[in-house]
Every structure is written in C-alpha cells, then in structure tokens.
Design a protein around this ligand. Structure first.
Ligand code: FES
Length: 119
C-alpha cells in the first residue's frame, strides 16, 4: 500500500482540493471521507457520473465498465472504482460529456424522454 497526493479540480465551480489517498482504496470513497463533495450515483463503475479526466498520473480501474477502453486510453477514469497508482491530478467532467463521447449525440427527436413529433 502506498500513499499518493490526489489533486482535484472542478472547472465548473473553480474549486480545487488536495488530498492524500491510499493506493488500496477507491478514490471516491476516500474523497468523500475527507469531505470533498464529488458527484456520484451508482458507485459501481457503471453510470459515469463520477468521471474525471486524468491530467497527471495513473488510475487503476479494472471495474470501470461504464467507459470504453478507448476513453480510458484518452485519460478518462471513474473515481468510484478507481485506485491511485501514482500522484494524481484530475479534472471533473460532466456525465453528458462522457456519455456523448462514448455513444455520440442523437438528434433531439431521438433522445429518450423527449416527445417525438409524429405528424
Ligand atoms: S458513480 Fe456511477 S460510475 Fe462512478
């Protein structure tokens, strides 16, 4: 087990946090325990609500089924099932941004939950 520095930036609010985290525990849980209000929903690596872009460092995330291997290679990680493998600097992402990059955007009429024009 190692201790790493974990730097988090939320570009939407301008908030920054710096934590010390263990390498053998999930990043989201450790951030929550230290009072950092990070977004999450499923906490099981599926919904992408907790997605970040890793700017510096490595995240081990074998249970991150909610993002493709391509997005992982582009630097995206899911904090709820991610482990620090080095000091980290990450930036919060919106769930829509990650979803759109993974699945593409749909025309407004085809989005689930929006009324269709059936005329
Ligand atoms: S909270 Fe759902 S993937 Fe992390």
């Amino acid at each position: 087990m190692a201790i790493h520095q974990f730097n988090i930036h939320n570009p939407a609010t301008g908030d920054h946090w710096t934590l010390n985290v263990r390498s053998d525990r999930y990043l989201l849980a450790q951030a929550q325990e230290q009072g950092v209000p990070l977004p999450f929903l499923c906490a099981q690596g599926v919904c992408t609500t907790c997605a970040v872009r890793v700017q510096v460092g490595r995240v081990h995330q074998p249970e991150a089924f909610g993002i493709s291997s391509e997005l992982k290679q582009q630097g995206y990680a899911l904090l709820c099932v991610g482990y620090a493998r080095s000091d980290l600097q990450v930036e919060l992402q919106t769930e829509d941004e990650v979803y759109d990059q993974q699945f593409g955007t749909f025309p407004a009429q085809a989005r689930p939950g929006l009324p269709l024009d059936l005329d």
